[in-house]
Design a protein around this ligand. Structure first.
Ligand code: PMP
Length: 464
């Protein structure tokens, strides 16, 4: 049987059984997947919809792991990729170039955050997924000091508690989610964690800004306690996604930028999930009026079509690798670095940002999301409703009390997920946190379905 075999239409469940025989799924307990965890059998995508072989539609409320921004199978991106595939599918990017890699670098640098008085980001290094992009940034920061040779103790990374930067060993080392990290702890490189400015952790009555200031004070103490030891601080600006869609006040980013400057530490902004309009501005750093020394992009970069990452660097960082010997060069590569198909998708996505005025349109959609989300705050098991642009999160806790989260054995998230799937929405909660992070093209009817389904999912997940 092939994917084109009409017999498949008559056999709901057949893809699931073939899948379970041979596919090992990402971030999944396969025993659970074979049991109570639903599996969508997807035939095609259509805007914010995932469409099954039987024609059943499911709303992709999580943008397929936060990658999809303009909708599935977006015709303009599809056409750009198809055109590129007929022209040049791939070429080695060492000792060769192609128009897509050059044009995309030019356009990303033109869009990148700027900060008065700072030299802009001027160079782009490509990788092929978010974690690989984070590895690139970490290695660049580390090697920059090695190349200079005058500060041999600058080998450590600072990172935020509850942060997430990917699954490869370097990226995992600067992540702080025990579930993903714990088992690999003996393999990980040296990172030190500083308290997250997460507004959910604010003391009763404390503002998000005051909570962020406290966290910045803690960062100052960490830097003071380890003078000359850090090469970089890495953080997810505005929004810690995998950590439960936790949000912080932009003042933290301002303070972190200043502290990095005072202590001679590079600031790495992981905008892999927040970039490309997700939190209300093209890049989240803009909300604090700061620019990083290194900025990691992926996910929405190609509109969700193809894996690609870009690491934007300052000229000062680039300069630190120039020499007459190869040893000081950045000898990092991936076979698919700067893949032309992925670059074509990314360029088409940037065209859509311009032609459809996406960031402005998102503001209107985000306001509708806010209105739909507001009533959830008074539901008995909702401890927090928060929003950053096109992301809304609902934190569930027993009796709506932050101090009494549900037990893992309550399987609140799983039950909510199953209910939502049955009602035609892919919510895929993070533990007991339900969130909306839909493709930007979501329309009013789809938003209404999302809100209605979320209410039902919360009820199903939290009923005893
Ligand atoms: N950084 C952040 C902030 C992310 O959210 C993710 C992915 N969820 C990554 C890095 C890793 O990206 P990838 O899954 O493409 O390796």
């Amino acid at each position: 049987m092939t994917i084109h075999d009409p017999a498949i239409l008559a056999e709901p469940g057949s893809w699931r059984s073939r899948d379970l025989a041979v596919v090992w799924h990402p971030c999944t307990q396969m025993r659970e997947q074979a049991g109570e965890l639903p599996m969508l059998e997807v035939a095609r995508g259509d805007g914010a919809w995932l469409v099954g072989h039987d024609g059943r539609r499911t709303l992709d409320a999580v943008s397929s792991w936060w990658t999809n921004i303009h909708g599935h199978a977006e015709p303009r991106i599809a056409e750009a990729v198809a055109r590129q595939a007929r022209t040049l599918e791939h070429v080695i990017l060492a000792g060769a170039t192609h128009p897509g890699a050059v044009e995309l670098a030019e356009r990303l640098l033109a869009l990148a955050p700027r900060q008065p008085g700072r030299a802009p980001l001027t160079k782009v290094f490509y990788a092929d997924n978010g974690s690989a992009g984070v590895e690139v940034a970490l290695k660049m920061a580390f090697q920059w000091f090695r190349n200079r040779g005058d500060e041999p103790r600058r080998t450590k990374f600072a990172a935020l508690s509850n942060g997430y930067h990917g699954e490869t060993i370097g990226a995992l080392s600067v992540g702080d989610i025990p579930l993903y990290r714990r088992v690999y702890a003996p393999l990980l490189l040296e990172a030190m964690f500083t308290p997250s400015p997460d507004a959910y952790l604010a003391a009763p009555g404390q503002s998000a800004a005051a909570c962020a200031e406290d966290a910045a004070d803690a960062l100052a103490r960490l830097f003071d306690d380890h003078p000359g030891e850090f090469c970089a601080l890495i953080l997810e600006p505005r929004l810690q996604c995998a950590g439960g869609m936790r949000m912080h006040d932009p003042v933290y980013l301002k303070r972190a930028r200043e502290l990095c400057d005072v202590h001679g530490v590079f600031l790495i902004a992981d905008e892999i999930a927040t970039g490309f309009g997700r939190t209300g501005t093209m890049f989240a750093c803009e909300q604090a009026g700061i620019m990083p020394d290194l900025m990691c992009l992926s996910k929405g970069l190609t509109g969700g079509f193809l894996p690609l990452a870009a690491v934007l660097a300052t000229e000062a960082i680039y300069d630190g690798f120039l020499d007459d010997t190869r040893e000081r060069a950045f000898l990092h590569s991936h076979s698919y670095t700067g893949n032309p198909l992925a670059c074509a998708a990314a360029l088409a996505s940037l065209d859509i940002f311009a032609s459809d005025d996406v960031v402005a349109r998102n503001r209107v959609t985000a306001a509708k999301m806010a209105a739909l989300a507001a009533p959830f705050a008074s539901l008995p098991h909702v401890a927090d409703v928060r929003q950053a642009g096109m992301v809304v999160a609902f934190e569930l806790a027993r009796d709506g009390n932050r101090a009494t989260p549900f037990a893992a054995s309550d399987k609140v998230g799983l039950r909510a997920h199953r209910e939502a799937i049955e009602r035609g929405v892919l919510l895929r909660p993070l533990g007991d946190i339900l969130y909306w992070m839909p493709p930007y093209c979501i329309d009013d009817d789809q938003l209404a379905l999302l809100a209605e389904t979320t209410a039902a999912a919360i009820a199903a997940g939290t009923c005893a």
